[in-house]
Write a protein that binds this ligand. Structure first.
Ligand code: AMP
Length: 117
């Protein structure tokens, strides 16, 4: 999409710190990290949010296969990691190209969990 920030990153028009790439998926470091490790994972085909991406479930599969490669490749299994997506502005989505966050941190268990009030 013409005006989409993450489409511009896919096209190389805006730089990113690349973590992983194959023909369908791109992962790069979040510019404003919420944890020691904060990666974004996007599909190269534009969709607005997870709700829209769900019409193409193979894209969700592409994303999660990439997440498996990234987390294994960066030894995040031992440290533990969290994967999430914000669906819609009311949930905090600010970039409207579907993306999944991967967070990993020594203190992740005490950050933004359903166990902490
Ligand atoms: P969300 O708020 O869930 O839509 O997440 C959007 C994320 O994109 C935020 O965590 C931002 O820090 C991140 N972000 C915005 N612009 C860039 C960029 N140019 N490169 C890397 N990450 C970005």
């Amino acid at each position: 999409m013409e005006d989409c920030l993450f489409c511009k990153i896919v096209k190389g028009e805006i730089p990113c710190e690349k973590i992983f790439e194959n023909d369908k998926v791109l992962s790069f470091r979040d510019i404003n990290p919420l944890a020691q490790i904060h990666y974004l994972v996007i599909h190269k085909e534009h969709s607005r949010d997870l709700s829209e991406m769900s019409h193409n479930p193979e894209q969700i599969s592409d994303i999660f296969l990439a997440i498996k490669k990234i987390t294994t490749g960066h030894s995040l299994d031992q440290l533990g990691y969290r994967v999430f997506t914000n669906n819609g502005a009311k949930a905090g989505q600010s970039v409207f190209h579907t993306h999944f966050h991967i967070l990993s941190d020594e203190n992740l268990a005490t950050k933004w969990t359903s166990n902490v009030s």
